[in-house]
Ligand binder design. Structure first.
Ligand SMILES: [Mg+2]
Length: 252
């Protein structure tokens, strides 16, 4: 696949301030002043926020990691139930991450090598940026993978969960609060406010039940490659698994 260079540091998690590509960089002399200016994202005309697993990419990363523990099918079934909205997302994630205990952190590179970006994702992201918009990704998945995938695809800002590791091995725990449905919606609101984008000029795109809150908050909530419960509650359903279909719905 086309994911190449690990570049870190632009992503965010639950307890860190947000940063963004395109932060204004000027020759300011004092480091303190430069740091303060860089923390302010550029304004944007509109904001598109995507879910990661099965939306930005075709895969569910937790399943790729669970394969390393020989527990892929079991974790895939639990993920499917969570995405259909049949179980509490945070409790389900903690239980699925527990299945990853003992997996080497080397598994991240192998998972990244198996990731397939969703067809049309690069077309969508370049169209958003050409029109002065910003692209965010908020995920119930993991920073360890998104920190490589998101910048490669041109995403401006991202947020996900972090896995706890000790001595190069996953402990089976998630660090800090879980990025669940409510956190996804709060993140969309915060990114919009930081960029001066009114909520009616935001678009949320997702496939799972944990995307419904951010889809409800956004000006336009798009079900993409989505479960029936998500399709029923979305403003619009994008049928083909092709993110380029969304370009026609963007502000001009
Ligand atoms: Mg998803």
């Amino acid at each position: 696949m086309a994911i190449l260079s690990p570049r870190r540091g632009r992503g965010t998690n639950a307890d860190k301030p947000t940063h963004a590509r395109g932060a204004r960089r000027r020759a300011l002399g004092a480091d303190a002043v430069r740091a303060r200016v860089e923390a302010v994202p550029d304004t944007a005309r509109f904001l598109v926020v995507l879910d990661a697993d099965s939306t930005l990419i075709r895969n569910e990363v937790i399943e790729l990691l669970a394969d390393e523990a020989g527990r892929g099918p079991e974790v895939a079934a639990a993920t499917e139930a969570a995405m259909r909205g049949e179980v509490d997302f945070a409790a389900s994630l903690r239980s699925r991450v527990h299945a990853l205990a003992g997996v080497s952190t080397d598994a991240f590179a192998r998972a990244i090598a198996r990731i397939e970006p969703t067809p049309g994702v690069r077309e969508l992201i370049s169209a958003v940026r050409e029109r002065g918009g910003a692209v965010g990704v908020v995920s119930g998945g993991f920073h360890e993978v998104l920190d490589v995938v998101a910048p490669d695809l041109g995403v401006d800002v991202w947020r996900a969960n972090r896995l706890v590791a000790a001595e190069g091995v996953l402990t089976g725990e998630v660090e800090g609060p879980i990025v669940d449905a409510t956190a996804k919606a709060e993140t969309l609101r915060a990114w919009a406010e930081e960029r001066g984008v009114p909520l009616h000029l935001t678009v949320a795109i997702g496939d799972g039940a944990n995307d419904l809150e951010m889809m409800a908050v956004a000006g336009l909530g798009l079900a993409f490659n989505a479960k029936p419960a998500v399709r029923e509650r979305a403003d619009l359903v994008v049928g083909p698994v092709d993110l380029a279909q969304v370009v026609a719905l963007l502000p001009r």
